[in-house]
Design a protein around this ligand. Structure first.
Ligand SMILES: [Zn+2]
Length: 176
């Protein structure tokens, strides 16, 4: 089963609005994230990260720096036994009108095309309603909203209070 993961607020700590991870020092894993995600890797799930990084378009960091930060996060996960198969990063702002910035489904659709994923058998975990809307628009069957801040998402199929709970939901409903 393919699982699409948001980054900030799921794999790395939630940041205040408008704050961007710019340096490798800031690119730390959220407590417990690697341990939870390792269960998915061990269960044979393919993991993909889809992340909005508008700090690039806003000039807080270059695309190269954003890619380096992302690679550092993926490497820390790998060190803890979590395999990330591929990632997509949207560097744009809303006003750029791209097809990739969530809640648009472009990053998920692109990964489905490239990796032969049937979204009707895939899952998504996101902490923002826009993640869940992107998953719905891409046709992901299972959409788990990590409702850390108490926000609701009508587009979610499940709600979880933390990443481990989200992982357990996916392992229960997994299709293959
Ligand atoms: Zn974009």
């Amino acid at each position: 089963m393919a699982v699409f993961l948001d980054r900030e607020g799921v794999i790395t700590p939630k940041l205040p609005r408008g704050v961007h991870v710019v340096t490798l020092d800031q690119a730390v894993l959220a407590p417990g994230a690697a341990d939870a995600l390792r269960l998915l890797t061990e269960a044979g799930c393919r993991l993909f990260i889809v992340t909005n990084q508008s700090g690039v378009a806003r000039g807080y960091l270059t695309r190269g720096a954003a890619d380096a930060v992302h690679a550092h996060i993926v490497r820390q996960l790998a060190d803890r036994g979590v395999v990330i198969n591929d990632s997509r990063l949207c560097p744009h702002r809303d006003e750029d009108g791209c097809a990739c910035r969530k809640p648009k489904p472009g990053m998920i659709a692109d990964l489905c095309d490239q990796h032969g994923i049937d979204p009707a058998r895939a899952a998504l975990i996101g902490d923002s309603p826009s993640d869940v809307v992107a998953g719905l628009a891409a046709g992901c069957a299972v959409r788990v909203h990590l409702a850390l801040s108490g926000q609701a998402s009508n587009a979610a199929t499940h709600r979880a209070d933390n990443l481990l709970e989200a992982v357990r939901i996916i392992l229960e409903v997994r299709y293959d």
